[in-house]
Write a protein that binds this ligand. Structure first.
Ligand SMILES: Cc1cc2nc3c(=O)[nH]c(=O)nc-3n(C[C@H](O)[C@H](O)[C@H](O)COP(=O)(O)OP(=O)(O)OC[C@H]3O[C@@H](n4cnc5c(N)ncnc54)[C@H](O)[C@@H]3O)c2cc1C
Length: 343
């Protein structure tokens, strides 16, 4: 649905007129790097500006999507009709008496927020080093990671540090909510089901030993480097499918011999069976075809139906109609699954 002329005028008035742009390519704003352009695009620099734009969006019933670092979204090749709001609201404030860290929802988790907390001697965020995310994205997904080392006995979740949040609700109300509002689960928060937007959050951190926090950060970065494709050379969107309790989506994909499977420019990396990479020139249609292929093989071979954990945004062309090929593995590479079996 295109933006109405009245909506466009109201948006231009609500933002710095120069920042409302047309036909902005979205692929460079996502970590997988595919997809078409946004018909309309605005970058917001503060929580108040974000609220102002959302007020116009609600008043004029404009189609709109909020983008963080684009680490969990795939944009369709035909682009996004309507408005993409790019969240660059990044102001933060740490109260060292209470350990409360207030951050606008576009604040970058790593390195910005983590470095700020750890340098001031506050613990709670250090587990999430190396994960591309805004604070808003972390709440949407309930960001999680297996930490702390060396035991990695449990998954830590973002919900554990949420104290409260400033939210612009789907009804157009701006209000402060507590952690319970989000109804957090695995890969889930209420933000999946309500058109609410987080403007800012307050995290409750605890005093921590800086040496131990640095140790956790180093170990987690190394753990990731050994198991995940590096974003700068092998772009990805992190895990594609949701965890299957006690089994693991990656293990099922690996057991079906699907690592190295490629359609167009999208490939199941040999490093980690649940991570698909843009191996060069991929389109969203390639990735969707690969997802469907992997899902079909796993269901046929194991009976499990995999569900994606990523967000699909905009208009998609039909999945690429090409037979999958197989890329062989570098013999020196030790995959995440091989490491897990050896430990
Ligand atoms: C290399 C790599 C490694 C990863 N590792 C992990 C990992 O270990 N653990 C993990 O949990 N995830 C991981 N991910 C996934 C990803 O980092 C997280 O989901 C992250 O929280 C996404 O944040 P974002 O700002 O990029 O959100 P985006 O991808 O930009 O948006 C995702 C969704 O959140 C919504 N959203 C964003 N901001 C707000 C807001 N302020 N209010 C309401 N909704 C909002 C968007 O509208 C969209 O629907 C990984 C991804 C990559 C690429």
């Amino acid at each position: 649905m295109p933006l109405s002329p009245a909506g466009r005028r109201a948006l231009a008035a609500a933002t710095d007129a120069a920042s409302l742009q047309q036909d902005v390519p979205l692929a460079p704003l996502t970590t997988f790097g595919v997809g078409g352009a946004a018909d309309w695009y605005v970058a917001v620099q503060s929580a108040d500006e974000l609220a102002q734009v959302l007020r116009v969006v609600r008043e004029h019933d404009l189609p709109a999507f909020l983008l963080g670092t684009g680490a969990n979204v795939i944009v369709g090749d035909r682009g996004v009709r309507g408005l993409v709001i790019h969240n660059q609201a990044r102001h933060t404030r740490l109260d060292s008496d209470t350990g409360r860290l207030w951050a606008e929802s576009g604040a970058i988790v790593y390195p910005d927020l983590i470095e700020q907390a750890v340098s001031a001697g506050f613990s709670g965020l250090e587990h999430y080093v190396g994960i591309p995310s805004t604070v808003g994205g972390a709440l949407w997904q309930n960001l999680h990671f297996l930490s702390p080392p060396p035991d990695r006995e449990r998954t830590v979740f973002w919900e554990e540090i949420v104290h409260s949040a400033d939210v612009f609700t789907e009804e157009g109300e701006r209000k402060t909510v507590g952690v319970d509002y989000f109804n957090f689960g695995y890969d889930y928060s209420i933000l999946h089901d309500r058109d609410d937007v987080v403007l800012a959050t307050t995290s409750q951190l605890e005093p921590g030993d800086p040496d131990r926090m640095r140790e956790i950060m180093d170990a987690n970065l190394q753990w990731r480097a050994e198991r995940h494709p590096p974003l700068d050379t092998e772009p990805s969107v992190g895990s594609i499918f949701k965890k299957i309790e006690g089994i693991g989506a990656g293990r099922l994909i690996d057991d079906c011999g699907l690592k190295g499977t490629r359609i167009g420019g999208a490939m199941v990396t040999h490093r980690h069976a649940n991570i698909f990479v843009n191996a060069g020139g991929a389109t969203a249609a390639d990735l969707c075809a690969l997802i469907e292929h992997v899902r079909a093989v796993v269901e046929r071979e194991t009976g499990y139906r995999l569900e994606t954990e990523i967000d699909f945004v905009g208009e998609f062309a039909p999945p690429t109609d090409a037979a999958p090929t197989h890329m062989s593995k570098d013999p020196d590479l030790v995959s995440a699954e091989e490491r897990a079996r050896a430990s």
